[in-house]
Design a protein around this ligand. Sequence first.
Ligand code: NAP
Length: 429
Amino acid sequence: MSVSERPSGAVAPGQVRAGAFDVGLLGHGTVGAAFAGLLAERAEAVERATGRRPRLSGTLTRSEGDFEQILASSEAIVELIGGVEPAREYLLRALRAGRHVVTANKQLLSHHGEELFQAAREGGAQLRFEAAVAGVVPVIRVLSESLAGAHVERVHGIVNGTTNFILTEMAGGASYEQALAEAQRQGYAEADPSEDVSGKDAAAKMAILARLAFGTPVHIDQVTYEGIERLQTDDLQYARELGLGLKLVGTAERRDGGLSVRVHPAFLYGDHPLASVGGPFNAVTVESEAITEITMSGPGAGGVQTASAVLGDLISTMLPPPAGWAGSNGWAGPNPPLPLVGDVPSAFYIHIELADRPGALAAVAQALGDQGASIKSVVQRGLGERARLVMVIHPLAESKLREALERIGELDFLRSTPRAIRVIEEEFT
Ligand SMILES: NC(=O)c1ccc[n+]([C@@H]2O[C@H](COP(=O)([O-])OP(=O)(O)OC[C@H]3O[C@@H](n4cnc5c(N)ncnc54)[C@H](OP(=O)(O)O)[C@@H]3O)[C@@H](O)[C@H]2O)c1
């Protein structure tokens, strides 16, 4: 970066100076407008904490502002546009020119994180993104700073508030369609909810968490994900009788010398730390031998809440970073990529609709047993032509479960395609 690219009055990384701290704001929507309001409201408190008074040097939307002018007149850029382009282009330019960047953009980070981290290193700038995962819950800071010395084994949690709200409504008896409509009415779901309900939003967040937890590049394309669109209210009701509640769970874990990063609906027992997280809340659990386990929870979205996380990051960029620090990217480049592991064993809940004939249960048990499955609990509901078998099996590789379900699906007394949902088996006391 050439010195002439720095804004007039800007300081080199590591230096502190008095006076105003100019912030360029890209995007003035739900979060951007809340951030602008919060910045004005908290400017004095921030000045007391950092010695510098933050102020907006310019705002860019689709209809107003000029990026070149904002870049030239700012020490830090706050990106709240969302999406990949033009946000990527703007942030690469800003970082390479030595401007600190604060962003809430999980899609951009999960697709182009390595390119952005590299640009931050080149420019000697900080890249911070607390608001990109779990809103105001400080999981990024905890993973990248507080737990930087821990050997993290697993990070898992509820990282999408929209789907958690929908599942909470469904647990109360609402259908998927009713729960989604209520989420839209209360502003928790967008008019087009596909990114949330398909699991893609959670997958982007899990890619970011995996990158930080394991210090290795993880792209969103390496995350397997499955959403909540096909869940049925009766599955939640039957599962409740087995002591289970349903959540959309993201997991990033070390496994067999590699990594598994995935998002899927999962049943949890009532004493699991994530089981009590209801409504639009998020929660993330970090596990490591040294720290045992830490669970953080709180509001996962909302303009004011997200803006608060953004302002926290901005304040960090106003303080002198240790030499070589590139924000949440840590001290250096990432470790080499780890192989991704598929076909992870899991316990499963299985729902089967069948005609109640002699030997029906035995035939289902045989098909499961042939694949090595062992049944933990089973409940039969109803009689005659539309009886239901609801069971939980002990952990089994997904490929084996699929084979067993295919066999069961071919039995002539079956009345609908069998459904299976993973169960997180650990019981917490
Ligand atoms: N909303 C939340 O609760 C929440 C929570 C966590 C993270 N986030 C993240 O925060 C970011 C912003 O979300 P949001 O909900 O505030 O979005 P939003 O309400 O849709 O606002 C987007 C803003 O960006 C501007 N913009 C869009 N395309 C642009 C372009 N090509 N050039 C310049 N400006 C452009 C829009 O301009 P106009 O005003 O002209 O339309 C608008 O001001 C996203 O990355 C999102 O994932 C949001």
